[in-house]
Design a protein. Structure first.
Length: 118
């Protein structure tokens, strides 16, 4: 059974940093794309950052220059380093992955809350 488990969320003041972690299990994710979405109250879920199996990255314009997505040395881990956090970054953050050739994200974590106070 595939599982994605996020950790690292919490409450931080504006300008601070947090590092989210995602541990995937149930299969090998070496060839999977990995990503982070977020959903704020009353808003749609949006893609924050993504990384391919080859290491290419993509970021939402709102987080470029502040967030960094990376894959861990262990094949089944992915991180999201978040710096210079803003109150508008407050949301539930979800780890996700997709199989090679899949048109959308196949697996989702339960989410971790990030709250940025002003």
């Amino acid at each position: 059974q595939v599982q994605l488990v996020e950790s690292g969320g919490g409450v931080v003041q504006a300008g601070g940093s947090l590092r989210l972690s995602c541990a995937a299990s149930g299969r090998t994710f070496r060839n999977f794309g990995m990503g982070w979405f977020r959903q704020a109250p009353g808003k749609e879920r949006e893609l924050v950052a993504a990384i391919t199996s080859g290491g290419s990255t993509h970021y939402a314009d709102s987080v470029k220059g502040r967030f960094t997505i990376s894959r861990g040395n262990a094949e089944n881990t992915v991180y999201l380093q978040m710096n210079s956090l803003k109150p508008e970054d407050t949301a539930v953050y979800y780890c996700t992955s997709h199989r090679p050739g899949s048109s959308w994200w196949d697996y989702w974590g339960q989410g971790t809350q990030v709250t940025v106070s002003s």
